[in-house]
Design a protein around this ligand. Structure first.
Ligand code: URA
Length: 233
C-alpha cells in the first residue's frame, strides 16, 4: 500500500476521470466551509448530478475481485450534507443483501449509540473502506482497499463532512495511516490536512468485548461535543 492511499491525500488523486469534473472542490477541504454551499440552488443541482454519476460508476465497478460475489454495492447511508462521516471496514452479509452499510448486528449497536448520544439523523453519513462484501467477512486486502478508496475520496468531496470517525482498525489504516494502532490512538482527535478525525472501535469489536463499549461511547461523546461547539461558534 502506497503512502497516497490514505484518504488525506485525496487531492492528489488523478486516476478517476470523473473527479476532474469537480476539481473546484479539491481546494475546498477546509471543514469550515461545509454548509455554505447549501444556499446555492445551482450548486445543489450540480451536487445531485455528481451523486448520480458517482452512484452509476460505483455500481458498475469491476476493479477488483469483490465484484464477483457481491449482491449489491454498498455505497453509504445517511444525510448527504452531513457534519460527520462514519467510516467502517466493508459490508457484511446483511449489508450485501440490503445494499446499505451497518444494517446488521454491529449496525444496530452503532445506531443505538448514535441515538443514545442524540446525534440528529441529518447530521451524519455512514460509509465503508470497501463497497463490496469481502467473502466470509474477511478484512479487505490492500489491493481491494486501494481500488476502492478513490470512490471514498470522491464521496468526501461530495459530502464535505466536518468530522470523520474511523470505526476500527481498517478505517484507521487507510484514513490515518497504516502504522497507527486503534488501541493506542482511539479517543484522540487527529488533525490531518485540515480534517478532524476521531478514531474509535468498530462496533463489532464491542459485540466481542463489552468492556470496549464505554470507551466507544466516550469517543462518540467527544464527537457530539464537537458538533455542539460548531453550533455555538
Ligand atoms: N461492518 C462494517 O465495517 N461495515 C458495515 O457496513 C457492516 C459491518
Amino acid at each position: 500500500m502506497q503512502e497516497n492511499n490514505s484518504i488525506q491525500d485525496y487531492n492528489s488523486m488523478q486516476e478517476d476521470n470523473s473527479m476532474q469534473e469537480d476539481n473546484s472542490m479539491q481546494e475546498d477541504n477546509s471543514m469550515q466551509e461545509n454548509n455554505s454551499m447549501q444556499d446555492d440552488n445551482s450548486i445543489q443541482d450540480e451536487n445531485f448530478t455528481q451523486w448520480e454519476e458517482f452512484t452509476r460508476r460505483v455500481n458498475s465497478c469491476r476493479k477488483c475481485g469483490l465484484c464477483e460475489n457481491r449482491r449489491n454495492v454498498v455505497i453509504g447511508r445517511g444525510c448527504k450534507t452531513p457534519e460527520v462521516l462514519f467510516i467502517g471496514e466493508g459490508p457484511g452479509e446483511n449489508e450485501d443483501l440490503q445494499g446499505l452499510p451497518f444494517v446488521g448486528q454491529a449496525g444496530k449497536l452503532l445506531d443505538y449509540a448514535l441515538e443514545g448520544l442524540m446525534f440528529e439523523e441529518d447530521s451524519y453519513y455512514i460509509a465503508n473502506i470497501v463497497k463490496c462484501r469481502p467473502p466470509g467477512n474477511r478484512i479487505p486486502t490492500d489491493e481491494e482497499a486501494e481500488q476502492c478508496l478513490p470512490f471514498l475520496r470522491q464521496q468526501f468531496r461530495l459530502l464535505k463532512p466536518r468530522v470523520i470517525v474511523c470505526l476500527g482498525s481498517t478505517a484507521v489504516r487507510y484514513i490515518i495511516g497504516k502504522e497507527e494502532r486503534i488501541t493506542r490512538i482511539r479517543g484522540n482527535w487527529i488533525e490531518k490536512k485540515g480534517w478532524r478525525i476521531m478514531p474509535t472501535f468498530h462496533p463489532a469489536a464491542l459485540l466481542r468485548d463489552e468492556a470496549k463499549k464505554e470507551q466507544m461511547w466516550q469517543d462518540l461523546y467527544k464527537v457530539r461535543q464537537k458538533l455542539e461547539e460548531f453550533e455555538t461558534n
